[in-house]
Design a protein around this ligand. Structure first.
Ligand SMILES: [Fe+2]
Length: 251
């Protein structure tokens, strides 16, 4: 499977100031204040119905639902669900995480914060204080709707190239602020073995299938903050010997 340093994921709990995160109610308050900025941009045909974990149908490009009414109509008429609601706090990025070996500084520098409610101030302070990034990219809150296990999927960074899996230097930190640990990596080369991410935070090869095998009956919230890691952080988490992330466990 696609790994980072031969591991399905790198536990970042000892490397991020998670104890200093704003209180969960403060973050949830800011998310609630941002309702109008939230999009439901991926859909799955419910894999729980047909037990096909790969039956991930992406409609984001063909269907251009923008309003909540259009999202609802799309789901209702097509028997689809969007288990993730996405709240990007940033804009002016043309893809998700940039490859830091390819991406010129100007592209990183174009990324700006959206006009977001003031209630984000404590969380933005926490993000600004992070020392892991040379360049910081998209800041994304992933909101998992109650009771809908997110489909297993790959993020290759490039929209429309979901099968284009190749070595890359695409770096991000992922962390959960809610308590349920249902986020998993799926190893399809080992009989669809489920590998749970048991830490609160992680970095993993996002080209590897990931998602959740169940979802609790209430909202879950996690964040992806993308960027280019500092050399020091790469050393700290033990990936400084890897040029591009891929099959590091295979010689
Ligand atoms: Fe993903």
């Amino acid at each position: 499977m696609l790994t980072i340093d031969g591991k399905p994921y790198i536990d970042l709990d000892d490397h991020l100031p998670l104890d200093a995160l704003p209180h969960i109610d403060v973050i949830k308050g800011a998310i609630a204040d941002s309702y109008d900025l939230i999009t439901a941009n991926t859909w799955q045909q419910n894999c729980l119905q047909n037990e096909e974990p790969y039956n991930c149908t992406w409609f984001a490009e063909e269907k251009t639902a923008k309003t909540k009414k259009e999202f609802f109509e799309l789901e209702l008429k097509n028997d689809l669900v969007a288990p993730y609601w996405i709240l990007n706090l940033t804009e002016n990025h043309d893809r998700i995480v940039y490859d830091s070996l390819d991406c010129p500084d100007e592209k990183w520098d174009q990324i700006t914060l959206k006009d977001i409610p003031d209630s984000w101030a404590p969380m933005l302070k926490w993000i600004d204080d992070l020392t892991c990034f040379v360049k910081r990219g998209r800041i994304c809150a992933l909101l998992t709707r109650p009771g809908l296990a997110p489909q297993f999927h790959r993020d290759t960074g490039i929209p429309g190239h979901l099968k284009n899996i190749k070595p890359h230097r695409e770096e991000f930190i992922w962390f959960n602020i809610t308590k349920d640990k249902s986020f998993v990596i799926l190893d399809e080369e080992d009989n669809n073995k489920i590998i749970p991410i048991t830490s609160q935070s992680a970095f993993f090869n996002h080209s590897q299938l990931h998602g959740a095998d169940h979802s609790p009956a209430y909202w879950q919230v996690s964040f992806n903050i993308e960027g280019s890691f500092t050399e020091e952080f790469r050393k700290q988490i033990g990936v400084d010997h890897i040029e591009r992330y891929h099959y590091e466990n295979v010689s």
